[in-house]
Design a protein around this ligand. Sequence first.
Ligand code: SF4
Length: 353
Amino acid sequence: MANTEPYRTPNESNDTPVKLELRDTSVSFSMDRGESRVLDSVSMEVYDGEILGVVGESGSGKSMFASAMLDAIEAPGELTGEVVYHTGDGETVSVLDLSPSELRTLRWESIAMVFQGSHSSWNPTMSIRGHFNETLSYHDFDVGAGMDRANRLLSELYLDPERVLESYPHELSGGMKQRALIALSLILKPDVLVMDEPTAALDLLMQRSIIALLDAIQDEYDLTLVFITHDIELVADLADRLAVMYAFEIIEAGPADHVLLDSSHPYTRSLVNSTPNLETPIEKMQPIPGEAPDPVNVPTGCSYSPRCQLADERCRTEDPPMIDAGNAHESACHYVEHVDEEIPLSITDVTVQ
Ligand code: SF4
């Protein structure tokens, strides 16, 4: 069940402006067996210039969170609540009130998105140069200046611009296509980049290399980055803050190192303990028992209670609100102060492989 009061994750210094926010945002589908609520009253602020990592198991609502930010929920899904984009010059844009053409402009020129796997994003009959040209022309950008930027972006992503621009998508490897897609998504100078599992189809080495490249381009292009992944270790070193999703809600959020090394929610601690890292031999990893809840039938009280080793009667009947865990860190657990003693963590340092 959702917390009835939407919450805001506090900014550590409280002086960075908000760039993008979801306010009490839900996504639901009507099904024969009932309402499937795949994003449940989520409120979250993304601060200007930060890297927010959103993590959770498959089926936790992460992709719906990403799609909601761009009003990209496909019918028959229903998106409610508010999505507000702050332009940076004092204006705010209510994303869910935009016309289709305004939304198309916002999606490329203000908030760009890179989805999992690059295959379906490319037209197989068009060269990579054609994709850049078409995008620049469609949005009335200067093609010459835009192609200069494309060359620079591709080089910064360690691609050979000449070779890549003349290639067709099938002539590039998965890692090259994904890097070219990141360059394409940045061609119209958006100030927010939302990435949904952008490295999931790539090998470990390429994943780590793209993370390092994102770190560099985020800084250089002054981007606000939302990085969505099931892999908490992958994003830990990149993100400034982490938000953890479970059962279609955010159940913990705060500075990345606090959330990883001092998690205050049993689910996050189990997620960390179930994730491979350099400090834990594979035989000591502990998978999380049980299964993620069915969106038509989310447990009453705390949605994690059927899987939580600390659950008691209160947990099964009372939905925990977000509780301040200190240091701009919040957690939706009744027993936030006991979690660290009861569930020891298997890592002691933020370690990206
Ligand atoms: S509220 Fe109870 S069931 Fe939920 S995470 Fe905390 S201890 Fe576990």
